[in-house]
Design a protein around this ligand. Structure first.
Ligand code: PLP
Length: 377
């Protein structure tokens, strides 16, 4: 029997929703036909994929033919950057991004730099925001693509994507946003955001792992991701993950229906946790902008050790993340915490607590008590 845990790392992944699970079953068991084949067993899976495409398009304000299914957020991010960078073989591409992006963007940028493409990394302010002026300056050099995330996965900061995208367009650049932490949790509409490309991942909104999509605005010139069959209009070859795609659409529908309620609930839970920690007299700072993903908390405890806190909480049955990536000997402050320029006495004590709909008020009170029992005097 698994130990009963308090799971508070929903930015890492979320549990599969029962509705998504139910929706997936027929495509794993009875309707196993390959959607690309010509006989009748293929008809239903093919229809299911197109229904899912319509649902997802409807939720984010896109046309169905602008939704391309991928194996998740990493693949969508890689495709957006590589696909645009290599779409103009006669011209050298330039990409502008920020230094708080997920590694799916940053490591793709490093690869592109090795391939001779220019990449400019924008700094952020102390709450993790990219400023319009900083972007404007960067765009004085002709730029193919700007890629700035919608919601940060460590500190939850929401970027002013519509304003950034509009500025990029004024300078003739395309705009991509990594919306992996946002889709399903806050209203995301590609027309309102004015983006040309947008990445998303099902397992961040209670869908299955290994399923995601890239929105590509009609008319955008992009290189295919995978070469092979004619799936996804010839842009992403490979037999489709039918159950994953259907489960993703079902999970997204559920979130759409309850979004406002969820946003209010998660904000309340996060506020409760913060006030309990304050009441306990602990010295800490909450990282990120005032406008953050609901339920997302990056907390830096003064003179704390985030790694130690994570492991001590784990022993008590509570699962959270740190703000730092560590190698075996040396705790390294994460690139996001570094980028916001937090002071040394706080940075090493950073943890990320990301709450979800399966969390309760009693659980966040328990987390606060546990943290106090570890860090309090
Ligand atoms: N982008 C962001 C902002 C993320 O938080 C993640 C996952 O943590 C990814 C991309 C990668 O998504 P996936 O796990 O679906 O590959």
């Amino acid at each position: 029997m698994m130990k009963k845990v308090i799971y508070a790392d929903h930015a890492a992944t979320t549990p599969l929703s029962p509705a998504a699970y139910e929706a997936m079953l027929p495509w794993l068991l009875d309707n196993y036909g390959n959607p690309s084949t010509l006989y009748s067993l293929a008809r239903e899976p093919r229809k299911a994929i197109e229904r899912a495409r319509e649902t997802i398009a409807d939720v984010i304000g896109a046309f169905p033919d602008e939704i391309y299914f991928t194996s998740g957020g990493t693949e969508a991010d890689n495709w957006a950057l590589n696909g645009i960078a290599f779409s103009q073989p006669t011209k050298k591409s330039r990409i502008v991004t920020s230094n708080v992006e997920h590694h799916a963007i940053l490591h793709t940028c490093s690869f592109l730099e090795r391939m001779g493409i220019d990449v400019c990394y924008l700094p952020v302010d102390e709450v993790g925001l990219v400023s319009l002026d900083v972007l404007r300056k960067a765009l004085s050099i002709p730029t193919t693509l700007v890629s700035i995330m919608l919601a940060n996965n460590e500190i939850g900061t929401l970027q002013p994507v519509q304003k950034l995208a509009s500025l990029a367009h004024e300078h003739g650049s395309l705009f991509h946003t990594d919306a992996v932490q946002a889709v399903g949790h806050i209203p995301v509409n590609v027309q309102e955001l004015e983006v040309d490309l947008l990445s998303s991942s099902a397992h961040k909104f209670n869908g299955p792992k290994g399923s995601g999509f890239l929105f590509i605005k009609r008319g955008t010139k992009i290189e295919p991701l995978l070469h092979g069959g004619s799936q996804e209009n010839g842009y992403r070859a490979g037999t489709e993950n039918v159950a994953g795609i259907v489960g993703m659409a079902a999970a997204l529908m559920e979130h759409r229906q309850k979004m406002l309620e969820e946003m209010n609930y998660l904000t309340l839970l996060a506020d409760t946790l913060i006030s309990e920690l304050r009441a306990a007299g602990l010295d800490f700072k909450v990282n990120g902008a005032a406008k953050r993903i609901p339920g997302s908390l990056s907390i830096s405890f003064k003179h704390g050790d985030g790694e130690m806190l994570l492991h001590r909480l784990d022993l008590l049955g509570t699962q959270i993340a740190t703000g730092s990536a560590c190698d075996s000997n040396d705790a390294v402050v994460s690139h996001v915490i570094e980028a916001i320029g937090a002071s040394d006495e706080y940075t090493h004590g950073t943890v990320r607590i990301t709450l979800g709909m399966d969390n309760t008020t009693e659980q966040v009170q328990m987390i606060a008590r546990q943290i106090n029992s570890i860090l309090g005097n």
